[in-house]
Design a protein around this ligand. Structure first.
Ligand code: GDP
Length: 444
């Protein structure tokens, strides 16, 4: 099983939480040590492990209790989500050129599986209905050209060759011209690998890159080399500028260090993975599936997700009841405002929330600033005042105290109190509409 050792290392962590009621600063210490050890043994680089463990700890301690979910299950979910984030979150698709052929330049050290990837990639893209051409740019090993030609035949894709006497950048240019003439969708250019990084190779790659102006520059790295792979991606990116990595030999007994470190260390995503020697064994890199495989706990994950949904549903119903009975207080106000602010920042990132898509970054910053001001004032209220806003509405003395304790003006506090009552009215009206009632007239 892929990453089997990592999986069993993490299992030790969950098992330490059996019998616990909630996650606490104290009972999380031992499991976190197990997680740290498991990641280091998987050859994840140390700074990455440190940041990961910190992120999981912060969340585990701050996490609210979900009814029916055990702490160990909750920790599995947190680790899963952090693993997904660590690996880049979303799947990172290949980019295609809108005009002319898409040029994909492949680089990599010898033996990592670069030549194989050329043919696998052509095969993969062909299945998506794209016509492909391979260009044999590895002029140092005559065998490499032969190998590419054979693999090209195998996947039924033309291979442009120009022997070993022509400069790689020249071969690349000629190949691209030929592909344009033949109206190819994609040109995949193979380059020379070395046993290790040297200046000649880098200079040559730079030259080829300049000659091609490629859409994608992908570094092929071997998963068996662990965090070394991540370091290579970093170096190549700094030297020639790359768009991503292809991780090969994930079917072997690699420990996971490469898959987990590449994005975090280099900032560049893994776009594709090779999982075998056959031409079909190339697929997109899905961080969530990978995390799921590492944890081997699909059922636990979906269970926790469902429980979270149910809880949010109950929260919403609770809120609705409060609104109906005009009990909507400052605690609810805070919850509501925070939820809206969060949606705002999400919409900025993904721009997909209807009606919020038009919020400009400046507006969102403003909303977030306002939220901070409100939070400060609400935090300066006593629990009683938060539950009974009437107390503040009736007492200038109380408002003055809140203003002083929060460092805001009395006017700001008055405004906040007024806002809450306005919100009560608005929500009652809205509920009336939603339940088919008529809109009640405002009374002051
Ligand atoms: P290059 O020197 O980088 O061009 O490497 P090759 O493409 O010649 O591959 C080197 C060896 O690794 C060959 O025996 C390939 O069959 C093998 N190989 C490549 N990719 C994979 C993979 O994803 N899984 C496995 N198990 N072997 C692979």
């Amino acid at each position: 099983e892929m990453f089997g050792q990592l999986t069993s290392g993490l299992e030790a962590a969950w098992s330490k939480l059996k019998g616990e009621e909630v996650l606490t600063k104290e009972n999380i210490v031992e499991p976190m040590r197990d997680i740290r050890r498991a990641l280091l043994e998987a050859d994840v680089s140390l700074p990455v492990v440190r940041r990961f463990v910190q992120a999981v700890t912060d969340q585990a301690v701050g996490v609210g209790l979900i009814r029916g979910v055990r702490p160990d299950q909750q920790l599995v979910k947190i680790v899963h989500d952090e693993l997904v984030k660590l690996m880049g979150g979303e799947v990172c698709e290949l980019v295609f050129s809108k005009s002319g052929p898409t040029v994909i330049l492949l680089a990599g050290l010898q033996g990592v599986g670069k030549t194989t990837v050329c043919a696998k990639l052509a095969n993969y893209l062909k299945k998506q209905g794209k016509s492909c051409m391979l260009v044999a740019g590895d002029v140092y090993r005559p065998a490499a050209i032969d190998q590419l030609s054979i693999l090209g035949k195998q996947v039924d894709v033309p291979v442009y060759t120009a022997g070993t006497d022509v400069k790689p950048s020249e071969i690349a240019k000629q190949g691209l011209a030929d592909a344009k003439k033949k109206k190819m969708d994609v040109v995949i250019v193979d380059t020379a690998g070395r046993l290790q990084i040297d200046k000649t190779m880098m200079d040559e790659l730079k030259e080829v890159k300049q000659a091609l102006n490629p859409t994608e520059v992908l570094l092929v790295v071997d998963a068996m080399t662990g965090q070394e792979a991540a370091a290579l991606v970093t170096t190549f990116n700094l030297e020639i500028g790359i768009t991503g990595a292809i991780l090969t030999k994930l079917d072997g007994d690699s420990r996971g260090g490469a898959a987990l470190s590449v994005k975090e260390v280099s900032g560049k995503p893994i776009k594709l993975v090779g999982r075998g020697e056959r031409m079909e064994d190339l697929e997109p890199f899905y961080p969530d599936r990978m995390a799921g495989r590492i944890l081997g706990m699909g059922d636990v994950l979906s269970f926790v997700e469902k429980a979270q949904e149910v809880m949010q549903q109950e929260d919403a119903e609770e809120l609705q009841k409060k609104i109906m009975s005009a009990k909507f207080d400052f605690n609810d106000f805070l919850k509501q405002t925070r939820a809206v602010a969060k949606m705002g920042s999400v919409s900025r990132v993904i721009g997909m929330i209807p009606g919020m898509g038009k919020a400009t970054p400046a507006q969102i910053r403003e909303a977030e600033k306002n939220l901070k001001v409100m939070e400060a004032m609400i935090e300066a209220m006593t629990p009683e005042e938060r539950e009974k806003p009437e107390l503040l509405a009736e007492s200038p003395v109380r408002r003055k105290r809140v203003a002083q304790d929060s460092g805001k003006t009395e006017q700001q506090v008055s405004q906040l109190v007024a806002q809450l009552f306005q919100m009560r009215v608005r929500m009652k009206n809205l509920m009336g509409v939603m339940q088919g009632g008529s809109i009640p007239t405002l009374s002051n």
